[in-house]
Design a protein around this ligand. Structure first.
Ligand code: MG
Length: 354
């Protein structure tokens, strides 16, 4: 199969800076790709790398597009190096869409007629800001129906954040759950202090308490620490940063990981393969945003709707996200409907980047 490849690099400021243990993030950079086959069917995909997670850089993704050239083929795309995981994901998404016979000339709303799976809607977790600012944001979101809340930790002083935990939990609605995301900020002792404190509180899981990127000398040791923590404390632990590299999902399944797998579809090179392995292993999976535009989010949410395992609240409570709202997905609500996903128009975003 031959394709014409076009790509557009973007740089989009966030409405508010995103603070995580990786630092302050003010704008999103990435590359949108467009493939067209000889019959005029078109498909889009998004490479939205997060180098702090161990992905390629945006420069590398763009360079990868240049190297492919204007005319490429399924065989050449399949031969892209594993290192370019985000670009491979983008191209696979675009190829899938070309294969569905999407024609830009047709009425886009017609696409909503064929959702991928049985589910019509999925729950969404509300994303809270780091630090004390989280507390005031819980009640208004609980009022509109959110029941799962995600709080970024590992950003400020450990004792200060730990002291806030009870105040945050006190604001949760009845039956509400809190997810903590440390983005790998803690060492073993710090993680233990948190996990001890979480034990009798409504904490659904603690995400990525410790992390050493691919290639780091301490990587194996850090992974042993995570497995140890998962065995020692009742609160489940979720992997996020740990799952981005080629073969990571397979390795953690092989290690018998008992916790949750947070999958950011935009960062997983071979998403179809990774999800098939997780499904076979009966893994607990949370689908999550990589703060990509609606092009990448559309593909990620389609994967979430097609997932046959237990549905858990999506980590997609991120919109409105960009200063330019044309690049946002559906505004964060306690549920996202399959129609909302199918209504996203990648061609409009492509055109907006012209
Ligand atoms: Mg995370």
């Amino acid at each position: 199969m031959k394709y014409r490849l076009q790509f557009r690099r973007y740089r989009l400021p966030f409405r508010g800076a995103v603070r995580t243990a990786h630092g302050v993030w003010a704008e999103r950079e990435g590359v949108i790709v467009r493939l067209e086959d000889e019959r005029g069917n078109a498909g889009w995909g998004e490479a939205a790398p997060i180098p702090a997670f161990g992905t390629e850089t945006v420069d590398e993704a763009e360079e990868g597009c240049r190297a492919l050239g204007e005319w490429t083929s399924a065989e050449v795309i399949a031969g892209l190096p594993a290192r370019l995981g985000c670009l491979r994901h983008a191209l696979a998404t675009a190829e899938d869409e070309v294969g569905r016979g999407f024609s830009p000339a047709a009425d886009v709303s017609g696409a909503a007629a064929e959702p991928a799976g049985e589910r019509r809607y999925l729950g969404v977790a509300a994303l809270l800001p780091a630090g004390r600012a989280a507390i005031a944001q819980i009640a208004p979101r609980a009022e509109v129906g959110f029941r799962v809340f995600k709080w970024k930790v590992g950003v400020g002083d450990l004792a200060d954040e730990l002291a806030l935990l009870d105040d945050v939990c006190a604001e949760l609605p009845s039956g509400g759950k809190l997810r903590l995301d440390a983005n790998g900020a803690w060492d073993r002792r710090q993680a233990e202090r948190w996990l001890e404190r979480c034990a009798e509180r409504p904490v659904e899981f603690v995400e990525q308490p410790c992390f050493a990127p691919q290639g780091a000398a301490l990587r194996g040791k850090t992974e042993d620490v995570l497995l140890g923590l998962a065995g020692d404390y009742p609160t489940p632990i979720a992997l996020d940063e740990s799952l981005v590299g080629e073969g990571d999902v397979e390795r953690w399944i092989g290690a018998g990981w008992p916790g949750v797998f947070v999958v950011k579809p935009s960062l997983v090179g071979d998403l179809v393969g990774a999800l098939a392995r997780l499904e076979k292993a009966g893994a607990s999976v949370v689908f999550s945003s990589a703060l990509e535009t609606a092009v990448g989010a559309r593909s990620a949410l389609r994967a979430a709707f097609a997932w046959k395992g237990e549905p858990r609240a999506l980590g997609f409570g991120v919109w409105p996200l960009f200063v330019d709202g044309r690049f946002d997905g559906p505004i964060a609500a306690p549920f996202v409907r399959v129609e909302d996903v199918e209504r996203i128009n990648p061609e409009a975003i492509w055109t907006a980047l012209d």
